[in-house]
Design a protein. Structure first.
Lengths: 285, 338
């Protein structure tokens, strides 16, 4: 009898647990319904024009050379920014990893401060520095380095500078984790076996930090593809990125499909770039 | 622009205080123009109709599209650019304006349609840095040899195609239909001297104020504000290109009859005459200039739609742009990004 009572209770506990465990599915359902479904829906809209299935939005991209220029500019910008972020960020992450704990914390805080500052504020700050009558040009002219103001703002150069500054902290944080975790005794072992410091770095440290570099670089590259505010303000109309065309297409065609076609092409390009990268890096590994 | 919770609370608290409790929700562009509209148009309408006008801001046509398409219209009246008006009426997002209630006397018949009536005009003017030879016409602006310096223009074919054709010697009354090939040829020659293609009114004012460029085509209200704010520059109304912002009634607006009555007041000569006391954009109703005792001679010299200033300007043809806007933008991008 008691066993029967117990089993009834156990069964009800079991059932309620099962019910509750269904609740755990909620985040998954939320992601599918709030992120993936609209995403697919928007993608599908790009194949619809005037209520009919059509490739009109894609044909337009081929008919107007400006779209290809926009894609090239966006990829070029992202590649240049990523390259400089890696070149500047790697030594920084390496140096911070060598510091004693307290100093490293202080250094990371200094890296974090610009990271916490609003993107808009940082972009405007660069405008003040780079424009024709800005600080850099004024100083350069006063010091006699140049005769006429340099074209720094409102250009590809100015946009790259602003974006590098914005992306650098993110890369340093990503890489720092990897670099910090490298077992230093391996470096000492290499030195012990007669490797020069340069050789130790090239054959031990660099390969071990490569996964961090690749992750950080990919993250930087992908985020750069979506930049809108910085190229808008620092590019002065001389740099046009995909997000700017997306917005423009919504305005002039009042049609989500016209804009989402650009997004679909961008996703395909990014996927191809990532797959190629993985194949190349994967082989080396 | 976001509305602060305090404002919403205030609006709710004061909502019940009017005599008959009727309310209109009007979307404006915000900023200094919203202030001018409040003082010149909304307050008189509130008094005359015994209603309360609440304000909100429109970010773009999509705000209206979402309300109408989802059948949950909360705004009664919205401000829009003439361009957006044309798109909205084509998409069926607007109510017809009842001309038996709203008088269109004094308005340019070419600009009034059954769905929208212009509220005020803005002009795209030529501004020059004070330390250089002043560009007096689009021909000067496009003449980089005799007027050396960095140029900036709006990052859109709008105004610029007209400007290029005027610079190339096309008479103002023969502009439309625009000759795209000829306009782009003229722009191509100026392109090396264009250092900034501005995207927003605020940006154009900043460029003028910081001395980032020497010659710039920009909206007169922004130019005047920048100069008042210390920009070392001047501008001319000669060959400026006029375009309008309008008021419209949303399809299925909760108080559309009342909205018609409010529009009748917004567009009446008296309230229209008060508009330029608060902002440099001129009334669309020409009769506003004959209302006695509101605008001084100095005001009339400053306002872009005064008979004196309007003579030297060109009114943009929305009919042409409605038809060819998309084609022009695509061509513009091909030209600009080469």
């Amino acid at each position: 009898m008691t066993a029967g009572v117990n089993s009834a209770i156990l069964a009800s506990v079991d059932a309620s647990e099962k019910r509750q465990s269904h609740l755990l599915l909620f985040p998954a359902i939320a992601v599918v319904s709030l992120a993936i479904a609209p995403f697919l829906w928007l993608g599908a809209l790009s194949f619809v024009a005037d209520g009919q299935i059509s490739l009109e939005h894609y044909a337009r991209m081929l008919a107007n050379p400006s779209y290809i220029t926009t894609f090239v500019t966006t990829l070029q910008m992202s590649a240049v920014v990523t390259a400089f972020v890696v070149l500047l960020g790697f030594p920084a992450a390496y140096a911070i990893s060598l510091l004693p704990h307290r100093l490293a914390t202080a250094a990371l805080t200094l890296v974090a401060i610009p990271f916490w500052t609003s993107l808009l504020v940082r972009t405007y700050a660069w405008m003040v520095l780079l424009q024709r009558n800005g600080l850099i040009n004024t100083w350069a002219i006063e010091l006699g380095l140049v005769e006429r103001p340099m074209r720094l703002a409102n250009s590809f150069l100015g946009t790259s500078i602003g974006m590098i500054h914005i992306m650098l902290p993110l890369f340093i944080f990503t890489l720092y984790g990897t670099v910090k975790a490298i077992d230093r005794t391996l470096l000492r072992a290499a030195a012990n076996l007669g490797a020069s410091p340069i050789r130790t770095f090239m054959t031990v440290f660099l390969p071990l930090s490569l996964p961090g570099v690749v992750t950080g670089a990919m993250l930087t590259f992908i985020i750069c593809l979506g930049f809108y505010v910085t190229p808008q303000l620092l590019g002065g109309g001389n740099v046009t990125t995909i997000p700017m065309r997306v917005q423009q297409n919504i305005l002039i065609y009042s049609d989500w499909g016209a804009a989402s076609a650009l997004g679909v092409v961008l996703i395909v390009i990014v996927a191809l770039v990532m797959l190629t990268l993985r194949a190349v890096v994967g082989k080396r590994g | 622009m976001r509305v602060s919770p305090i404002l919403i609370a205030l609006a709710i608290a004061t909502a019940g205080s009017t005599a008959n409790g009727a309310e209109l929700l009007v979307a404006t562009g915000g900023g200094i123009i919203a202030h001018a509209e409040r003082e010149a148009l909304f307050s008189p309408a509130e008094k005359e109709l015994g209603i309360k006008i609440k304000e909100t801001t429109i970010d773009g046509l999509q705000d209206v599209r979402v309300q109408v398409q989802s059948n949950s219209v909360t705004w009664d009246i919205s401000q829009m650019s003439l361009e957006e008006c044309m798109m909205a009426s084509k998409e069926g997002l607007l109510e017809k304006i009842d001309t038996s209630i709203v008088s269109t006397e004094g308005f340019d018949k070419n600009v009034v349609t059954e769905y929208c009536i212009p509220a005020y005009y803005y002009s795209t003017v030529i501004a020059s840095a004070s330390n250089l030879k002043q560009a007096k016409s689009w021909a000067d602006f496009f003449d980089a040899e005799n007027f050396p310096g960095d140029r900036s223009i709006y990052n859109s074919p709008r105004y610029n195609l007209e400007a290029a054709l005027l610079a190339d010697g096309v008479p103002a009354d023969k502009l439309y239909p625009l000759d795209l090939d000829r306009a782009f040829r003229k722009l191509e020659a100026l392109k090396p001297h264009i250092t900034v293609w501005w995207q927003s009114g605020a940006q154009s004012a900043q460029l003028l104020k910081d001395g980032e460029v020497d010659y710039i085509g920009m909206w007169n209200g922004r130019a005047a504000a920048a100069i008042k704010d210390g920009a070392k520059a001047t501008f001319t109304f000669n060959q400026a290109i006029l375009s309008a912002d309008c008021f419209v009634i949303l399809k299925g607006a909760p108080n559309k009859e009342l909205a018609q009555k409010a529009l009748a007041i917004f567009f009446a000569p008296g309230p229209q005459a008060h508009l330029p006391l608060y902002v440099d954009y001129g009334p669309a109703n020409a009769k506003a200039f004959s209302v006695a005792g509101v605008l001084s001679d100095a005001d009339k010299a400053r306002v872009n739609t005064s008979p004196e200033n309007k003579k030297t300007q060109v009114v943009q043809s929305e009919a042409w742009w409605g038809e060819h806007g998309q084609e022009a933008v695509e061509r513009w991008e091909n030209f600009r990004q080469r």
